[in-house]
Design a protein around this ligand. Structure first.
Ligand code: UFG
Length: 329
């Protein structure tokens, strides 16, 4: 079986990608330090515990498994923390990516798929954001994602290692079979917080800003189901292994929902209204971030099919219901 190295494969998006890789006939080899990931989420191939800051360890794992390609998820991803502790983010995200690329090149593995973020576009005002939109990240987390994108281009020039950059919008929802799901500690994302609030398991949800220039005054985001994201990764891997050229793809549903619309959907599906209170704006939140997905549709032959708001909320709620008691939600 063709092996694919998956750094961060014990995490939320990474574990869903591993399930999709296995279904497509690949063996995902997870490399994860388990600082944010979970060993129970590694179900479709071996778990190689290790940290990307340990150059010898990642080189040894790649040398032992000889993967045909890599998907690089492993990264710190709290925007607020990146502002207060930028060194932590630059050291982990950028140095880790350098070490991974060095080890891949040394093993002659010349294809990498990188999980980047729409955060690289910063405070854009485009109604639908295409890959041609200027990049201008506004926080250290986004800067590290952008720095790695640039570094990958430099590696290709020097070594011929091709890359696919996937810029996610808002990953949400959980595996429809309930095998894996979203578990962050601390949790900061709207969808799981709204579900926990509707379930009565936490205090009222704070709505960050009600005075944005949107129809109901709350921020609009493009929520993409994690299973659709996982499918895009498999297609990106296949394309790389078939010799496809380096490219950048925005991954979203191509539709936007406001915070209030998400809250309404969660309340309806959980069967209990979300207790919510209006709060001030959160620093650095653009009013609207919605993807133009035409390039991903054409270049990856990809179509989001699980990303209706109701399906995202339903799958997330099913996971939460089954796992909250076990501390896995
Ligand atoms: N929100 C609230 N209350 C909360 C949490 C979120 O009102 O308690 C709002 C936010 O202000 C935002 C929306 O809900 O308008 C979505 O917020 P999330 O924190 O769920 O997601 P973000 O859009 O902030 O973050 C996502 C990714 C990040 C990435 C960022 C880039 O999850 O990894 O996009 O913009 F960095």
């Amino acid at each position: 079986m063709t092996k694919i190295l998956v750094t961060g494969g014990a995490g939320y998006v990474g574990s869903h990608a591993c399930k999709a890789l296995a279904a497509a006939g690949y063996e995902p080899v997870v490399f994860d330090n388990l600082c944010a990931g979970h060993d129970w989420a590694v179900k479709w191939g071996p778990l190689e515990e290790g940290d990307l800051l340990d150059r010898d360890r990642i080189a040894a794992v790649i040398g032992a498994h000889k993967p045909a390609g890599a998907i690089h998820f492993a990264s710190f991803a709290y925007v607020g923390e990146s502002v207060t502790d930028p060194g932590k983010y630059w050291r982990n995200n950028v140095t880790g990516a350098i070490n991974l690329c060095d080890a891949l090149v040394a093993a002659d593995t010349k294809a990498i798929v990188f999980s980047s973020s729409c955060t690289v576009y910063g405070l854009t005002e485009a109604a639908f954001i295409s890959e041609a939109e200027p990049v201008a990240p506004i926080n250290p987390y986004g800067n590290t994602k952008r720095a790695i994108e640039i570094m990958l281009a430099d590696f290709e020039t020097a070594t011929g290692m091709r890359n696919t950059v996937l810029r996610y919008f808002n990953a949400a929802g959980c595996d429809a079979d309930g095998e894996i799901g979203e578990v962050h500690d601390p949790e900061t994302h709207l969808m799981p917080l709204a579900i926990a609030a509707a379930a009565g398991d936490r205090d009222a949800l704070k709505i960050f800003g009600t005075d944005y220039p949107t129809p109901d005054g709350t921020c609009i985001r493009d929520y993409i189901h994690v299973t659709d994201l996982a499918d895009a990764h498999v297609r990106a891997v296949q394309r790389m292994l078939d010799g496809g050229a380096s490219d950048v793809f925005n991954l979203g549903a191509g539709a936007g929902y406001s915070v209030c619309e998400v809250i309404d959907a969660v309340g309806r599906i959980v069967g209990n209204p979300v207790q919510a209170i209006e709060d001030g704006r959160r620093a650095g939140d653009p009013a609207r971030l919605v993807a133009d997905i035409a390039h991903a549709q054409q270049g990856l032959g990809w179509q989001p099919v699980h990303s209706s708001l109701d399906n995202i909320v339903s799958t997330a709620w099913n996971w939460y219901r089954a796992h909250a008691a076990a501390g896995q939600a």
